[in-house]
Design a protein around this ligand. Structure first.
Ligand SMILES: Nc1nc2c(ncn2[C@@H]2O[C@H](COP(=O)(O)OP(=O)(O)O)[C@@H](O)[C@H]2O)c(=O)[nH]1
Ligand SMILES: [Mg+2]
Length: 466
């Protein structure tokens, strides 16, 4: 994944700031060094790295953090904002009729991307068609046709013609009924003048609404120059970065985006037609930094809590977060978890929780299968109110009684109590994250200024994360 290292190395640098409320020059320099190291490892252009780290350093030292913000939150937020700024907006792709031309080097993933994008548009309710104009590569026609079939979209190609401009022209006429026409082209080296002239002619004939440059995430520094050649000949409106499912680091592609002053439109994450994502800078950077996808998290938490709350009018999540974690809380947590999905996945979406913290928890703290939860539920039904509120009172004889009453082995009752202790500890660690880091961060975000920007889904103060 692009800049994969950045998240983890940055997290460890940020961890050193725990408990600090102010940043000194040395802290900032350490963090900037970490950032530089991982960007350079990810093949990001040196000039770009310098620019980014300069602005992070300047802001961290000169800007005054809002009252009550910890040093860690503050740096995280600056890094987040600068990275989002670097990546820019996502390329505008209106959901309406249009022609899109795909250009790029051999094997960059154009043909695959054409079918993926067609699939994507069809899921948005538009009628797409793929037009294949690659006459250079044997098998290009069959490959494109097959992929269009997989995507269940209209296809035009002509294996008997060797003039790509004529094919483009005929294809556009033939697919006039389609909403979105995606013109796939032959791979070309930006330095091959003949092929550059050819794509310029296709561009002139097809008059696409936008030209997208398809770049393999594995491309290194040469991506920048290639991108410039395409920019000069046909103009690049947006970039598709492919093969992000591999080990490639994507730094070259990033430099290309910067070089052509363009933006990222889509990300390719696999070989099938469904392996495509629309690029969203804020959620991309959130994940990158291990801050989780705040918007998505907020929506899921809110939905689950609304449902739980409907049934439990008098539950005070704040009390739970303050350390009084009872078995009843655990029951509610399990209930909410059932609705939200696996706890690990949910934790990954919480700012500051991704990666690092999960590793510190005992493995089985998160290992809550559906079946175990059901068993626990049954056991808890055999417990008294007092036991649920304060499970410490459960000694050997009560344990026997509960096991008999629920028809579950004593071993399982013991396991439930142990599970509860572990979750209680995990919740404490939640708070230990840094004197309410998380809470403050979410508040800042709700006020609009912070990472995530539009925190649309984050409603009132009725869930434990607000
Ligand atoms: N893993 C992975 N493979 C991809 C992705 N996009 C394309 N490929 C593979 O890369 C190779 C070249 O892709 P193709 O679309 O033919 O590239 P083109 O020459 O630019 O048209 C094929 O084997 C594709 O299956 C991707 O996002 N992930
Ligand atoms: Mg191709």
């Amino acid at each position: 994944m692009v800049l994969d290292n950045l998240g983890s190395s940055l997290r460890s640098a940020l961890n050193d700031l725990r408990g600090k409320s102010r940043l000194d020059r040395e802290d900032v320099e350490d963090i900037v060094k970490e950032i530089q190291r991982s960007l350079i490892q990810a093949d990001v252009d040196i000039a770009l790295v310098q620019e980014l780290s300069d602005s992070i350093e300047t802001r961290a030292l000169e800007e005054e953090p809002p009252a009550g913000t910890s040093a860690r939150d503050w740096v995280l937020r600056i890094v987040y904002e600068e990275l989002v700024d670097l990546l820019g907006e996502s390329t505008e792709i209106p959901l309406e009729g249009q022609t899109i031309l795909l250009a790029g080097l051999y094997g960059s993933g154009k043909t695959t991307t054409a079918a993926k994008m067609a699939w994507w548009f069809s899921k948005k309710g538009l009628r797409p068609a793929v037009i294949q104009t690659d006459t250079d590569r044997p098998g290009a026609y069959d490959q494109a046709k097959q992929m269009a079939e997989n995507a269940e979209v209209e296809f035009y190609g002509d294996p008997d013609t060797d003039d790509p401009v004529a094919i483009a022209e005929a294809g556009l006429a033939e697919t006039a009924d389609a909403d979105v026409r995606i013109v796939d082209t032959a791979g070309r080296d930006g330095l091959n003048e003949e092929l550059i002239a050819q794509i310029a002619r296709i561009d002139a004939t097809a008059t696409p609404d936008r030209n997208l440059l398809v770049l393999d995430a594995a491309m290194g520094q040469s991506a920048k120059q290639q991108a410039q050649e395409f920019e000069d000949s046909i103009g690049v409106d947006g970039v598709v970065i492919t093969k992000l499912d591999g080990t490639a680091k994507g730094g070259g592609a990033l430099a290309a985006v910067d070089q052509t002053d363009s933006t990222i439109a889509f990300l390719g994450t696999g070989e099938t037609v469904k392996d495509i994502e629309r690029f969203e800078p804020s959620s991309f950077v959130s994940r990158l930094l291990g801050m989780g996808d705040l918007k998505q998290l907020a929506e899921r938490v809110e939905r689950a809590m609304e449902e739980t709350q409907d049934e439990e009018e008098d539950w005070d999540p704040e009390e739970m977060l303050e350390g009084n974690f009872t078995l009843k809380d655990m029951q509610r947590q399990m209930d909410a978890m059932n609705r939200m999905g696996p706890l690990g996945q949910v934790m990954d979406m919480i700012p500051g929780m991704g990666g690092g913290l999960m590793d510190q928890l005992p493995d089985n703290a998160m290992d809550m299968t559906q079946e175990r939860m059901q068993n626990y539920d049954i056991i808890m039904d055999s417990m008294t109110e007092a036991e649920l509120e304060n499970p410490r009172v459960v000694g050997a004889s009560r344990l026997k009684r509960i096991a008999r009453g629920s028809g579950k082995p004593e071993e399982q009752v013991r396991e439930l109590l142990e599970q509860h202790r572990m979750m209680g500890r995990a919740i404490k660690q939640f708070q230990g994250m840094g004197e309410g880091d998380m809470e403050r961060m979410m508040q800042q975000m709700q006020q609009g200024g912070g990472p995530g920007g539009g925190m649309g889904g984050m409603g009132g103060g009725d869930n434990p994360f607000s």
